[in-house]
Design a protein around this ligand. Structure first.
Ligand SMILES: [Zn+2]
Length: 226
């Protein structure tokens, strides 16, 4: 967050990126604690700021806690946000289409984990989403590999898609069993993979509905040969 002129740059959850914010209100408190030696003291303070996005009017609050012992070379203390900043939002198409309930609920928990920076939980949740897709589409095959092979055999996805899903599943396995904490970039790739998986399933269903209500060209009547 950088202050410039009469506005503050800050991430806006509703806009989904950094925007200019007005500072609506600022409050601060400071307390001084005497050290046991009676010669030194430490100041501890909190600064609250209420910010409003200039783009969408959304309001957020930041809190910075500091002490006089903070090392200035470490740079400014990062603020806490209320409500927390979203690391990633659920795609808008989730609301446009009839997303199956089992996906909606599970993905809601995956995004909640992402926004709390609980990456391992998010990756375990992503693996669970793939499991639900397999169960729903081709039934229980005993393990993930057999499930993915069954999806490919039934033409639900290409070999390239299977490889991408196998990678996403492995990140989930490593997070659950090998204490692996994936990078944010890796997490975003896995979430992209499962979003695409579900998006393509929903679009296939929607396409059938569109086809059913689209008038078809009448079949050509073949002329009888004389
Ligand atoms: Zn905004």
């Amino acid at each position: 967050m950088a202050t410039k002129a009469d506005f503050i740059w800050s991430h806006c959850n509703r806009c989904g990126h950094e925007t200019k914010h007005n500072l609506i209100h600022k409050a601060a408190s400071t307390r001084t604690f005497e050290e046991d030696d009676g010669h030194h003291s430490v100041d501890v303070g909190t600064v609250w700021e209420m910010l409003q996005c200039r783009g969408c009017d959304d309001v957020t609050m930041t809190r910075v806690q500091w002490t006089s012992e903070d090392d200035r070379q470490d740079g400014p203390v990062p603020p806490s946000y209320f409500p927390p900043r979203f690391a990633r939002r659920m795609p808008e198409w989730f609301g446009w289409y009839k997303t199956p309930r089992e996906y909606y609920d599970l993905l809601g928990e995956v995004y909640a984990a992402l926004n709390a920076d609980s990456r391992r939980l998010a990756m375990m949740g992503a693996r669970a989403v793939i499991d639900v897709v397999i169960q729903k589409t081709v039934g229980d095959k005993g393990d993930f590999k057999k499930g993915l092979d069954a999806l490919a055999a039934a033409n639900h996805m290409s070999e390239r898609d299977v490889d991408a899903l196998a990678t996403a599943i492995d990140v989930g396995h490593a997070s659950a069993h090998r204490a692996h904490k994936p990078t944010l970039d890796d997490v975003n790739v896995v979430i992209d993979i499962i979003e695409r998986l579900i998006h393509s399933e929903i679009l296939a269903t929607e396409a059938k509905v569109v086809k059913a209500r689209t008038p078809q060209r009448p079949a050509k009547v073949s002329k009888e040969k004389p």
